[in-house]
Structure formats: structure tokens, C-alpha cells
Design a binder for this molecule. Structure first.
Ligand code: SF4
Length: 357
């Protein structure tokens, strides 16, 4: 057994997490769901979402049969919505191509939508006890520091080297829960000891061989992502009000926020009243500009300019299925992105009457 795995398995027995809700199960469906939710998201945030999902969709069949709208509304607030769309597609694929049996090897799991090598490996480990290496962001940080590997882990060369180290570090004897304990230990060490900022090297089970610690390079490893300023896009969100309802439009999928509900969006510089007349067949009063909202995606920043518009014509309202009129409170129960949730809350539900309404 490698020194790393030996130390981590012992450490996990004493200090690791043993009572996370998905740890009670070896059901690949439950483990897959938890692993997808845990991508880019902290355990404490995931736990209530996981509980709601498992209650609503206790089996992969029930998830496959649900509408995407229902899945997105349960996911609402967790972010990175492509995860929810891929969950839904994958559930249907598993029902269709695998007769409802989740595939049991890392290679096959990895072919399903939205499942990368590390996530596939985690599912293979926790569901089927297979000897597979994981390498999520936390684990990259641990191995980069422990083996003293410089270079940004997002670059292929560094990533390939980290995969090699991850495989070399696996326990040789992996039965009787050893591979599960080792894999969970890596996750727990990354979350609680070898953290991005202020790692707790004094209590780390790997401290005596850790290269970055020996060379006093802990704060330089892993190498940070080369900084490039994110491009900024701008858009106007039309908060159209008809009596006490607002208009929401379901965004096309694929695309940013695909399948989620948002106020209609137009580019800056477009005449709002004209747009409403020509494209939505709606007459409105003069718009009221609301404070801007900023939202950051992985690849760009979005500055939202919301405008509140009172609808004056009520006989020609939109009937296409991608549009709905709904009360602001009811909109919150739908699949809506975080900045839209914030916008609706602060405009309609903050306890003050809406401006100009
Ligand atoms: S000794 Fe410090 S830097 Fe090295 S693996 Fe442990 S926590 Fe990370």
C-alpha cells in the first residue's frame, strides 16, 4: 500500500466524515446524484437539495419520468444548471439503454452526459468498490502540494501528471471498504485540512512527506489560473406587469440558463416600448429603470439592466407556451436563476410597494 493511502485510511477512521446522507447507500443512483450536486458546491449547501431530490425522485425511473421543468425548479438556487439538465438526460438514457441499471464500470459511467472521469471514478468506488482514482479540484490541490507539482492544474501537462500521481497513490489492497475510505479521506482532507487558504498542515496526516510544506511553497502550489479579465456583456430584463402578474419566458436549451424561467431579455440600446409592441404585441407605459444587477458566469460577466413596465393592453397577451404570466411569489417556486430570484424579491417582495405600480 502507498504511504499516502495508508496514512489517509487511518486518518479517515479517526477524523473523516462518516454520516453524510449519501454515505448510507451503495445505490449508484443516490451516489451519482450526490456526486453531481457536490461538483463546485459545498456539502452543507448540497444536503437539503439532496434530501428534497431523493424525496421527490427516490429512483432513477422517477427522475426519468419527471418533466425538466420540475427538475429545474427543485435545482433552483444550486447553480450550474447544466448539471440538472444532464441529470435528467442521463436518467432517461439509463432507463432506455441500460434497462434502469446504472452501469458499473468507470469507463461506461464516464460515457453518460455530464459525468467526467473523476465523477465516474467516485461513483464506481462508492457504488461498486472499484479501484479507481479521483481527481477533483480539492484532490488536485492535495497532490500538487504533496508531490510539489508546479503548473496550473487546468493545463493538460500538469493535469496528466496529477492523474499519474493519483493512480500511483491508490491503495494496492482495496477490498473491505479500503478504497471507499481512501477516496472519502481525500475528499475530507481537501475540504477540512488541505484547504485552498490557510491549510492546517500541523494536523495533516501527510505532513512528514509533503514536498510543498518541506520547501515552504504551500501558498504557491497549485499554481493559480493565469488571469485574464472576463468579458462583460449587458442586457435589459423586461419586468412586464399585468395586474399582479409578471411575464416570464422559458430560455431556450442549450444556452445560458437553458430551460429556466426569466423575464424577457433584450440587448441594450433597443427601444423597449417599440420592442414590446412589435415582438410581444404588448402596449406598455414608460419604463421605470431599476438598479442594475451583476452576475458572474465562468466565462463572462453579465450586467443586467432591469426595467419595470406596466402593461396597458390586456387583450393581446402572449399565448405561446414558452411564456407564462405568474404572480411574483409563485415565480419563486419555478426554476429561475439566482439573479432573477434576487430581482423579483427586491422589486416585488421586499415589503415596499413596487416602484410606480
Ligand atoms: S502538509 Fe499541508 S500542504 Fe501538505 S498535504 Fe497536508 S495540508 Fe496540504
Amino acid at each position: 500500500m502507498s504511504i499516502v493511502s495508508e496514512r489517509l485510511i487511518i486518518w479517515h477512521g479517526q477524523h473523516g466524515r462518516h454520516h453524510l446522507p449519501w454515505q448510507k447507500s451503495r445505490d449508484p443512483y443516490a451516489i451519482w446524484l450526490s456526486e453531481i450536486m457536490l461538483q463546485q458546491t459545498q456539502v452543507n449547501t448540497v444536503i437539503p437539495y439532496y434530501a428534497r431530490f431523493m424525496q421527490e425522485f427516490p429512483t432513477i425511473d422517477s427522475l426519468a419520468q419527471a418533466s425538466l421543468d420540475t427538475v429545474l425548479s427543485l435545482w433552483s438556487g444550486l447553480g450550474y444548471y447544466s448539471r440538472a439538465r444532464n441529470l435528467h438526460i442521463t436518467a432517461r438514457e439509463v432507463m432506455h439503454y441500460y434497462q434502469g441499471q446504472f452501469p458499473c464500470t468507470r469507463e461506461t459511467i464516464q460515457k453518460l452526459p455530464g459525468i467526467g472521469r473523476s465523477t465516474a471514478a467516485a461513483i464506481a468506488v462508492f457504488s461498486f468498490g472499484q479501484r479507481e482514482a479521483i481527481l477533483d479540484g480539492n484532490v488536485k490541490r492535495i497532490f500538487a502540494r504533496y508531490y510539489g507539482i508546479s503548473g496550473y492544474p487546468g493545463e493538460n501537462k500538469t493535469q496528466n501528471l496529477l492523474w499519474k500521481k493519483a493512480e500511483e497513490s491508490l491503495p494496492v489492497h482495496y477490498h473491505n471498504g479500503k478504497i471507499e475510505a481512501y477516496t472519502q479521506a481525500l475528499m475530507d482532507l481537501g475540504a477540512s485540512v488541505c484547504t485552498r487558504h490557510a491549510p492546517r498542515c500541523k494536523i495533516c496526516p501527510l505532513q512528514s512527506e509533503c514536498v510543498a510544506l518541506k520547501e515552504d511553497r504551500v501558498n504557491q502550489v497549485p499554481t493559480a489560473k493565469p488571469r485574464r479579465p472576463l468579458p462583460q456583456k449587458e442586457a435589459i430584463f423586461l419586468l412586464l406587469m399585468e395586474r399582479h402578474n409578471i411575464l416570464l419566458e422559458q430560455r431556450p436549451s442549450p444556452g445560458i440558463w437553458g430551460g429556466l424561467w426569466c423575464p424577457p431579455e433584450i440587448g441594450v440600446g433597443i427601444d423597449v416600448i417599440n420592442h414590446c409592441q412589435r415582438n410581444l404585441n404588448i402596449e406598455v407605459k414608460a419604463p421605470i429603470k431599476l438598479p442594475t444587477l451583476d452576475h458572474q458566469f465562468t466565462h463572462f460577466k453579465l450586467r443586467i439592466h432591469p426595467q419595470l413596465l406596466q402593461v396597458t393592453s390586456s387583450d393581446s397577451l402572449i399565448t405561446l407556451s414558452k411564456f407564462i404570466w405568474t404572480k411574483p411569489m409563485n415565480a419563486l417556486a419555478k426554476g429561475i436563476p439566482a439573479p432573477v430570484r434576487k430581482l423579483i424579491k427586491q422589486t416585488f417582495l421586499s415589503g415596499h410597494s413596487s416602484p410606480g405600480i
